[in-house]
Write a protein of this length. Structure first.
Length: 314
């Protein structure tokens, strides 16, 4: 139990610290936005680069890892969508957002520090393999399904699947996380060792990623808050914190993943909903209240969910 306390609680203490910094007006929220940009554009890409460049991939198949995680995502997303449309009588667009809010974990800003602190390098390798496809798969699925729901609601022609895919792929090509992963893969394949002052700089930047990410997400929380759709948000939060990690755990066991990779995936799936749910809501101008309330609830209760799963797994 003490190991769980030492591994999990500091993660959420740093998030709380970031929230208090803004809430008490010690620093402006704009500072948190700048810190978040640094984490997303510099620190985390460098961490992913280093991890992939020196990783040992002999411990398991990436296909089994992807299948295990996205099986859980598919189950949870579907339940969130059906709950919104059938139980709460919402339209298809809010159904899509409910699915996103239920199944889109904050893999970068919370999952990565958590896995790194709890499982070390082997866990980060597993999460890096997941991150190599997580954002493209989730954003493509969310955007295509939302576009389809909008077309059904408005009766308009909408965009063609190719136009949507081309726009998403263009954005991903310039995504810092993708660039860091690809650069690390190229160095790994070329067998180029990291060393000298370059390695020291890489290590120092990578070390900043986890605490800076946690403080920045805490500083961003103040702009979300509890904004509506509370009944549905409680349900999507339950799906996110309970059903998604349980589904991923079962899939990992069925597919025979090793203990470290299973723990990495389940811990990642148990973290709060990512800000991407808000970004999709903002882009399509629907469900801002549901996205923000789910992010707030899951972040407030995430310490309980993560601690429970850490106690089971570690």
């Amino acid at each position: 139990m003490s190991d769980v306390f030492l591994n999990v609680v500091p993660i959420f203490v740093l998030i709380l610290l970031g929230w208090l910094i803004v809430r008490l007006d010690y620093l402006k929220a704009s500072v948190g936005e700048a810190l978040g940009d640094f984490v997303f554009r510099v620190a985390v890409p460098v961490l992913l680069f280093r991890t992939i460049a020196v990783a040992d991939f002999r411990d398991g198949s990436p296909w089994a890892l992807w299948a295990a995680y996205f099986s859980g995502v598919a189950i949870t997303w579907t339940l969130g969508h059906l709950a919104a449309t059938l139980l709460f009588g919402k339209d298809a667009r809010l159904g899509v957002l409910a699915g996103v809010s239920s199944a889109f974990a904050n893999t970068v800003f919370i999952g990565l520090p958590l896995v790194s602190h709890s499982l070390g390098e082997e866990g980060v390798v597993a999460l890096s393999i997941l991150l190599s496809v997580h954002l493209p798969v989730m954003m493509i699925a969310g955007t295509v399904l939302m576009e389809r729901a909008e077309r059904r609601s408005s009766g308009g022609p909408g965009h063609s699947p190719w136009q949507l895919l081309k726009g998403i792929l263009r954005n991903l090509a310039f995504n810092p996380l993708v660039i860091g992963l690809v650069a690390g893969a190229l160095v790994h394949l070329a067998g180029v060792p990291l060393g000298g002052p370059f390695e020291v700089v890489i290590d120092q930047l990578a070390a900043v990623a986890a605490p800076a990410a946690l403080i920045s997400i805490g500083m961003a929380l103040d702009k979300y808050g509890l904004s509506g759709n509370s009944g549905l948000a409680v349900l999507t939060s339950t799906l996110k914190l309970v059903v998604l990690p349980a589904s991923v755990y079962c899939a990992c066991r069925l597919l025979g993943l090793g203990d470290h990779w299973t723990a990495a995936l389940v811990l990642t799936s148990s973290v709060p909903t990512g800000v991407n749910a808000w970004l999709i809501a903002n882009h399509f101008n629907v469900g801002h209240g549901l996205a923000s309330t789910t992010i707030t609830i899951t972040t407030a209760l995430g310490v309980v969910s993560v601690s429970a799963w850490a106690f089971i797994l570690l």
